[in-house]
Unconditional design. Sequence first.
Length: 239
Amino acid sequence: MARIFITGSADGLGRAAAQTLLGGGHDVIVHARGAERLTAVKDLIDQGASAVTGDLADLDQTRSIADQVNRLGGCDAVIHNAGVYTGPLIMAVNVVAPYLLTVLVEGPRRLVYLSSSMHLGGRPDVAGLGGNGQAAGSYSDSKLFVTALALAVARIRPDVRSNAVDPGWVPTKMGGPGAPDDLRLGHLTQEWLVTSDEPEALTSGGYWHHQQRRDPHPAARDRRFQDALLAALAAHVAG
C-alpha cells in the first residue's frame, strides 16, 4: 500500500480522495490550513490518517508542511489538490506552493497536480512571478502554470511519474452545488494515477480528464516556457 500526501484535504475533492484511499487500505497524510481545521478531518485521522497543517499561501508555512511530511517519513505520492479560485492568493496557493512542495517533500515517485479546463485560457507569461514576494495572475493563468509544472517535472525527472488532472466542474465548495459533472469522477483519476499499476497509470507527462489523456494548452508542453516558469518560481521562493 502507498503513502499518499494530499494537500487541501479538509474538504472537497481532496477530502473525497483521502476518504477513498484510506478505505482502500492506503496510508494517507491529510493537510489542513491550520490546527482549527483539523476538526474537519478528525474522522479521517480516527481511521488512521496522519495530519499536517500550514497555510499554502505563506512560503514559510509551506516549508513547514514539507518538514512535517518528511518527519513522518516522506511519502510515495503527492496529490497537489489545494487551490483557490478568486482573490490575491491564487498564484501563491495554486502554483508557488506546489512548486515548493515538489522541491522539498522527500520520496514521492508519483505526482499529480490539479489543473482545470480553464487553463486553456491562461496566458503563458511569467512576469507576475517576480522575486519580490508577490505573485499575480488569474485562475486560468495559475492552472496553465501548474499544468506546465507537472509536464516540466515529467521531463526533468524521468524517475518520477508526474501528471496533471482536470477533475471537471464538480459540485464542491469551489464548483458550487449546481456543477454538472460527476463528483466521483472528479477524484477518481487522481487516485488511479497514484496507486494503480495499470500501464496507462504508469505513464508520465500527461494531462488527464476522467482517466483519458487530453491535449493541454500548447505552452504547457513548450520547453522554453517550462524553463522560464521554473526559473521564475525559483527566483520567487528565493526572493
